[in-house]
Design a protein around this ligand. Structure first.
Ligand code: PLP
Length: 375
């Protein structure tokens, strides 16, 4: 099996599996006052520290959620709840993940005004975000790395310039496709809120985190037993939280080594694909090496995907979340329709090898020949 769909989800590493199974057996509730509860609370605290350390944040600035979708929803609806009576405008990029895009559409239905910044020839400029911000703006939300193409947005410049124009504006970044791939630090990025997902960093599905700068108060959306310092009630999923912490501990020291390793694989893949007939590389050269999107004109994505699947090679068509629907993100990035329909997304991990890439390319060549013959 050759797994090249790491932007959709990743294989849990041995460390996260071990941490998780330990707390499946040790099943205490972190809120219990007895020994079992204390042990569970310690596991949650240790994982919180791992994530805080990786981001150079304070432990009190990390809140566990059920996934990045919840983190994004919490940041957006929380900001709207805080400011909504006085201010109505949110500025965002036109290429956000549905977990940002859809909450914003929902806010539009409630009377909020959403300004979506488009890339110009595939490139985002910080000044376009800054120019869109006015006295009515209360939130700028912009992803770090696009999940379909790997485009890295100039978040640091955007947030700094926006804050310079109006200090009161909240900044939120969905760092799901950048976390543990880039050395993201909260102060450098200038973000008030950051969303993360565990299953994209070799831990389990069903757990995410939200960073909120300690100087910012965001009202809660979930009320109950007062867990997560009263911000996000609900008994903590200790096994999943422990798995998240263990995966972050494992990945944090190897960010630059993995980046280089994956970069070599991405270059090989780009060169091999460029040599195929009717091919187009959609990902920008200066994007994340972890994501390489390309098209083979005339061959439908889904057909190619299933041809690869016959050889146990797993990739994605566009992004897993678009599930065959035409991607508005590819359109925003200016990918012509005849290429958009035949887009494949390969998303790499440091576990992939040169042989994986060569097997993929060889399978694509065979698929091109076979499909041409059957036409
Ligand atoms: N944001 C981005 C950029 C993503 O790629 C994803 C998942 O594909 C999410 C958010 C949602 O993450 P989760 O599956 O944890 O809800």
């Amino acid at each position: 099996m050759i797994y090249l769909d790491n932007a959709a989800t990743t294989e849990p590493c041995a460390e996260s599996v071990k941490a998780c199974s330990e707390y499946f057996r040790e099943f205490g509730n972190p809120s219990s006052l007895h020994e079992m509860g204390v042990s569970a609370a310690n596991a949650v605290a240790a994982a919180r520290k791992s994530i805080a350390t990786a981001l150079k944040a304070d432990v009190n600035e990390i809140y566990f959620t059920s996934c990045a979708t919840e983190s994004n929803n919490t940041a957006i609806f929380g900001a709207a709840k805080k400011f909504g009576k006085r201010k109505k405008t949110i500025v965002t990029s036109a290429v956000e993940h549905p977990s940002v895009k859809e909450p914003l559409k929902e806010l539009e239905k409630q009377g909020f005004n959403v300004v979506r910044i488009m890339p110009k020839d595939g490139v985002f400029y910080a000044e376009d975000f800054v120019n869109a911000v006015d006295d009515d703006t209360f939130l700028v939300t912009c992803m770090y790395c696009n999940n379909e193409l790997g485009t890295v947005l100039p978040v640091e410049q955007i947030f700094k310039a926006v804050k310079h124009k109006n200090k009161q504006i909240l900044t939120h970044c969905d760092i799901v496709q950048g976390f543990m791939k880039y050395p993201i630090k909260v102060k450098t990025l200038g973000a008030d809120m950051l969303s993360m997902s565990a299953h994209k960093v070799n831990a389990f599905k069903g757990i995410g985190a939200l960073y909120i700068n300690s100087s910012v108060h965001i009202p809660s959306l979930i009320f109950g037993g007062g867990q997560e310092r009263g911000f996000r009630s609900g008994t903590e999923s200790v096994p999943l939280i422990a798995s998240f912490g263990a995966a972050v501990d494992k990945l944090a020291p190897t960010i630059s080594r993995r980046f280089e390793q994956v970069g070599i694989l991405a270059d090989l893949l780009r060169n091999e694909i460029a040599a195929l007939p009717d091919s187009r590389i959609n990902s920008p050269e200066n994007g994340s090496p972890y994501i390489v999107s390309f098209s083979l004109k005339g061959y439908r994505s889904e057909i190619l995907l299933h041809k690869l699947e016959e050889r146990e090679i797993y990739v994605s068509s566009g992004s897993a979340c678009s599930k065959g629907k035409k991607s508005s993100v590819l359109t925003a990035f200016g990918i012509p329709d005849e290429y958009a329909d035949s887009t494949l997304r390969v998303s790499l991990s440091a576990e992939n090898t040169r042989e994986d890439i060569l097997s993929l390319v060889s399978a694509l060549k065979d698929a091109q020949k076979e499909l041409l013959k059957s036409n």
